[in-house]
Design a protein around this ligand. Structure first.
Ligand SMILES: [Zn+2]
Ligand SMILES: [Zn+2]
Length: 325
């Protein structure tokens, strides 16, 4: 067996997983600088999604003036752009990794291909099932949240800033949005794992044990509704449409990137772009662990951290038993 391979995984990072939280106490300035560098100063998921948001603000989405009064045309425009972004990002990743097989199974966590011919899935096909839920309920609800928030901003019901009027907050809020999103996600995700909600709602996302790009935003409509309440922060915290669009793209197409099923994109054998995390892959396989994401400390604080070891798997299984007994 190769290095970083086991009977359970085609590829896994160094185990046990380290603790890369920016909230470690006391703060380590070197580590935080490195975190900032990795996330914001080189090619990263966040940088790509921000570039998309700025592009969409300049050329694709309606302006705030247009959204002062509800009208079918501009809401349809938002829906169309969200649909296109979702298809380009999820479809592009799916095409590269699963159709073209651009890097084979290198850095792919789960050895299996996406499932077909199994009645667990709508249309008996994992990818079709995932596309269906992402593009129907997913894009529709993303659009409703976005359109309503733009209407609030356009009419002065929510505070709006510009880069010129408030440059420090403008930049700070961009950095804070993924952190806020992770905080919100941890808590709503715990809620979704309450057995009743899990069975009726969240199990749809968890059909995906072996995830692919289209799995990220494949959720039950009630989960989309709960998951997207993260966007309500723009109702009360001062923001610019670019913040809102970045947040929208981060929650929708961004989920495709983190569910790619591969750790990194390789270009000429070099890791050029971080995609999925083993951390969330463990959640999809063992369920009652790693509800948050790796750079946030919540799972460690609340004792639900799975570090990839056998002992953690045993503990997670007994937690699951207790929850369902
Ligand atoms: Zn997931
Ligand atoms: Zn879950």
């Amino acid at each position: 067996m190769r290095e970083h391979q086991s009977k359970d995984w085609n590829y896994h990072p160094d185990l046990p997983l380290s603790d890369p939280s920016v909230f470690n106490w006391p703060p380590r300035p070197g580590f935080i600088a490195h975190w900032f560098w990795r996330n914001w100063l080189m090619l990263s998921e966040r940088v790509i999604l921000l570039v998309l948001a700025v592009f969409a603000w300049a050329f694709l989405f309606p302006s705030l003036e247009t959204t002062q009064r509800f009208a079918v045309a501009w809401i349809a425009q938002i829906w169309l752009v969200n649909m296109a972004l979702m298809i380009v990002v999820s479809g592009g990743l799916h095409w590269y990794f699963y159709i073209l097989k651009g890097q084979g199974k290198r850095l792919k966590f789960d050895a299996r291909d996406q499932a077909k011919g199994n009645r667990l899935w709508s249309f008996s096909n994992q990818v079709h099932d995932n596309i269906f839920w992402s593009l129907t309920s997913g894009v529709a609800q993303l659009t409703v949240f976005q359109a309503f928030t733009m209407w609030l901003m356009a009419n002065g019901y929510s505070p709006v800033i510009t880069l010129g009027s408030n440059p420090v907050w403008f930049v700070a809020f961009l950095v804070l949005i993924p952190i806020w999103s992770a905080f919100h996600f941890y808590w709503v995700h715990r809620l979704l794992h309450i057995p009743l909600l899990y069975k009726r709602v969240h199990s749809l996302h968890h059909r995906n044990v072996n995830i692919g790009p289209w799995s990220g935003f494949s959720m039950h409509p009630v989960e989309h509704l709960i998951y997207l309440t993260t966007l309500c922060i723009h109702w009360i915290v001062a923001s610019h449409p670019i913040h809102l669009f970045f947040h929208v793209i981060y929650q929708g197409p961004g989920a495709a990137m983190t569910h790619t099923g591969y750790e990194d994109l390789l270009i000429r054998d070099k890791r050029r772009l971080a995609l999925g995390t083993f951390y969330h892959q463990l959640h999809h396989r063992y369920y009652e662990c790693n509800y948050g994401n790796q750079e946030m400390p919540w799972d460690r604080w609340f004792g639900t951290f799975h570090d990839g070891s056998e002992a953690a798997t045993t503990e997670t299984r007994s937690r699951k038993k207790r929850m369902y007994s």
